[in-house]
Design a protein around this ligand. Structure first.
Ligand SMILES: *Cc1c(COP(=O)(O)O)cnc(C)c1O
Length: 454
């Protein structure tokens, strides 16, 4: 007899994964290595360890170990807010009148409000273990900075955050959460770094970008003894830590014998999606199962759907290594978009390679449509979603509506990466009809892309 599927599939604490899944180990054709911008040779562990903690460098370069142990200290922290529930969106299905079965993995159940804490705690742990004094980072909308501040205060590490200026000014609440957890927050670009001063000289009125804040954070980490830089997305190590999302999702689905037809996630740098799909893509790569996997990005920052697969800088200041990825060009500054966490010019190398091989799809969605989906979801499912997460909701709803037309009862799983309590100005703009989508004109993209290194 088939088990009745509950609204929420909770796992036991003992079912929390003991190992992360390293998706690259399952890929025959590996993502291209990071290159040293000076020599154009693959970055060595030694070069990377000037910027990152040693253990994280090892994880960054490891493309052969399929599973990597999660240290007990990290698992203990995870236990405070994990395993995260997998929710059957019965109410949304009913509202849509669709035969599709919709599930979402909810990662907003912690103070930072998103999945980013999964990697923040791991990175802070390895920094502490190495005996460092502190870490530096950038934050866009503030989710990563918030998560890292929590993680650093847990391990008693100093935390210096460069926050994209527009968010620093528009999101004072996030800034204050970070300061509550003891972080030092500087608006970027700032006059405290060489690269910040240079960017300000060139673009005096700039409200900043993630790429530019990264350059500043790296400069400070490299120039301060006992500090390293940490990044909340894009890197292999971050995808590795985020695999906890997918592993839990798979365990929960397996408990009830559910096999998803499609898995949908929003993609900024690609970490939550990379983590959510990890065990499913591993099966797909091994030929054990097939799933449709869909990355959703904003039309204003369409790395997958309108970018180019090429080596490019990870930051605006061009101090970071080159990564082969789908990119809009490292000097691309996306137009204002309320999903700050999706305003990155590139995409993690693993997902870039998988997309290039045709193993996953991508879709760009317009901002107003995203907020319509967010509101529809909030009204029936209760959770107030982050604008980033709502990109995935949009496509999940669209796919469920297609099922309504065809009568197919497909199983859709999407990642609900976080809550939107700190994004109420964005919701306000949507309600007031001031939420245009500005897609980059073709000419601009061509110009920026030409400048991007091959
Ligand atoms: C940062 C963020 C994202 C996007 O980052 P990825 O690395 O692509 O996962 C998505 N949703 C929320 C809530 C975020 O904070």
């Amino acid at each position: 007899m088939k088990k009745e599927i509950p609204y929420k599939i909770y796992l036991e604490e003992s079912e929390l994964p003991k190992k992360w899944l390293n998706l690259r180990a399952f890929m025959d054709k590996k993502p291209a290595p990071l290159l040293n911008p000076g020599t154009l040779k693959p970055m060595t562990a030694e070069e990377l360890s000037a910027v990152f903690c040693d253990e994280l460098v090892a994880q960054e370069l490891d493309e052969t170990t399929p599973y990597i142990d999660i240290p007990d200290e990290i698992r203990d922290f995870y236990k405070m807010y994990r395993p995260a529930p997998l929710v059957r969106a019965y109410c949304l299905e009913k509202a849509l009148g669709t035969p599709a079965k919709i599930y979402y993995k909810f990662e907003g159940n912690n103070t930072s409000g998103s999945h980013k804490l999964n990697s923040a705690i791991a990175q802070a742990y390895y920094a502490k273990k190495q005996g460092l004094k502190g870490v530096t980072t950038e934050t866009g909308a503030g989710q990563w900075g918030t998560a890292l501040s929590m993680a650093c205060s847990y391990f008693n590490l100093d935390c210096k955050v460069f926050m994209v200026k527009v968010s620093y000014e528009q999101k004072p609440f996030r800034r204050e959460v970070m300061r509550t957890y003891g972080a030092n927050v500087t608006p970027s670009p700032s006059t405290t770094t060489n690269v910040g001063r240079k960017i300000l000289e060139e673009f005096p009125g700039t409200t900043g970008s993630l790429g530019c804040a990264i350059s500043e954070a790296v400069e400070v980490a490299v120039g301060s003894e006992g500090y390293r830089y940490v990044l909340g997305s894009v890197l292999n190590q971050v995808l590795l830590h985020q695999s906890v999302i997918g592993l839990e999702t798979k365990t929960a689905l397996d408990k009830y014998g559910i096999k998803p037809d499609m898995i949908i996630g929003c993609a900024g740098g690609g970490s939550n999606l990379g983590g959510l799909i990890a065990p499913f893509m591993a099966e797909k790569l091994q030929g054990k199962a097939d799933y449709r996997i869909i990355a959703v990005e904003p039309a204003s920052c369409p790395s997958f759907t309108r970018g180019k697969y090429a080596y490019d800088f990870c930051d605006t200041g061009k101090v970071c290594p080159l990564a082969k990825m789908y990119t809009l060009g490292s000097s691309f500054i996306p137009s204002a978009n309320h999903a700050g966490g999706l305003r990155y010019h590139g995409m993690t190398t693993t997902l870039s390679e998988l997309y290039h091989q045709g193993l996953m799809e991508a879709r760009a969605v317009e901002q107003t449509e995203v907020f319509k989906a967010a509101e529809q979801f909030a009204r029936v499912e209760g959770i107030l979603p982050a604008p980033e997460s709502s990109h995935a909701i949009r496509v999940a709803i669209d796919e469920a509506l297609k099922c309504k037309e065809t009568g197919e009862d497909k199983t859709i799983v999407f990642g609900l990466t976080g809550t939107g309590y700190f994004d109420m100005v964005a919701y306000q703009k949507f309600h007031d009809g001031e939420c245009p989508t500005i897609s980059p004109p073709k000419k601009t993209l061509q110009k920026v892309l030409q400048a991007c290194q091959l």
